[in-house]
Design a protein. Structure first.
Length: 292
């Protein structure tokens, strides 16, 4: 029997200290600044209590809409990336031939800089000179030519669609690895029991893939709550007033105008939301895991 190695806790002490100094301590200091009037307009710092949080949560401001946009972006992109990524992963693993080539092609958009992808699609989705609308017009489908990034009804959906296009290959690659790690013995046993393709997926692939799906879900949620580059490159929060604004574009603008304390309060609110959502997602996604 192989002996299980256990290591003293001080082996992790160095990493814990580095993590505390570089991540935990700055986060605590940042939360502390959210209770002050920190700004570029004055060198003095005063404690103002919950004033900045009242501003963030005020119905008179757009901050609640901004937080709502961030949560909406996170929810929709997480669901669709996982769903499309899972479908692609299952389809591609049905035939292993050229799997690596296909996986590389699908993964390629994720290698590109988010800002570069945003700039490319901003050009493609231009209402007048964009490739997409010109293609529709060239085949007589003028009705499909829309103001993708300058219409308040379409802009947010367009941003999410571009982000899903960029990220789905990454999720697919992770899920392919998870599927290929499942022992063929399970499929052979289910075939002997007379299971069809759907039943194999429902009762073998999906339960054994739940730990991987939990991982991709948490990664997508964290990314969605912190999204900045894609929105900034495509719309910069427009059109109009906070139509596609998300948390970190708002924080960027608050810091750009010297409203440091309000920007920090916004970050603190989302930090709490991130902890709540992240903990809940991990609990939900791992409670029914099947361990091989």
């Amino acid at each position: 029997m192989q002996k299980k190695n256990t290591y003293p806790i001080y082996f992790a002490l160095g990493a814990l200290i580095i993590y505390t100094v570089l991540f935990v301590l700055p986060s605590i200091i940042g939360i502390g600044y959210s209770f002050t009037d920190w700004s570029s307009y004055s060198d003095e710092l005063h404690f103002v209590g919950l004033k900045n949080f009242k501003t963030v949560l005020s119905a008179d401001e757009n901050y609640m809409k901004i937080i709502g946009n961030t949560l909406k972006f996170t929810l929709i992109t997480t669901i669709l990336k996982n769903l499309i990524g899972l479908i692609l992963a299952v389809v591609m693993t049905k035939s292993i031939k050229f799997l690596n080539a296909h996986r590389g092609i699908m993964f390629m958009p994720n290698v590109l800089s988010t800002l570069i992808v945003g700039m490319i699609f901003k050009s493609i989705l231009d209402p007048v000179h964009g490739l997409l609308n010109n293609m529709f017009r060239s085949v007589g489908l003028d009705m499909l030519a829309k103001k993708w990034l300058v219409s308040s009804e379409l802009a947010f959906g367009s941003v999410m669609a571009v982000d899903i296009w960029r990220g789905v290959g990454y999720i697919m690659t992770i899920l392919i690895a998870g599927i290929l790690s499942i022992s063929s013995d399970y499929y052979e046993a289910s075939a002997i029991d007379g299971a069809n393709g759907w039943q194999k997926f429902r009762y073998v692939t999906l339960p054994l893939l739940l730990p991987t799906i939990a991982t991709t879900t948490v990664l997508n949620v964290i990314y969605g709550l912190k999204v900045f580059d894609m929105v900034y490159a495509l719309t910069n929060g427009g059109p109009g007033k906070a139509t596609t604004e998300v948390l970190y574009t708002a924080v960027f603008k608050r810091f750009g105008t010297g409203q440091y304390a309000v920007g920090t309060a916004l970050s603190s609110v989302m930090f709490v939301i991130m902890l709540i959502i992240g903990g809940y997602m991990i609990h939900i996604m791992t409670k029914d895991e099947v361990v091989e």
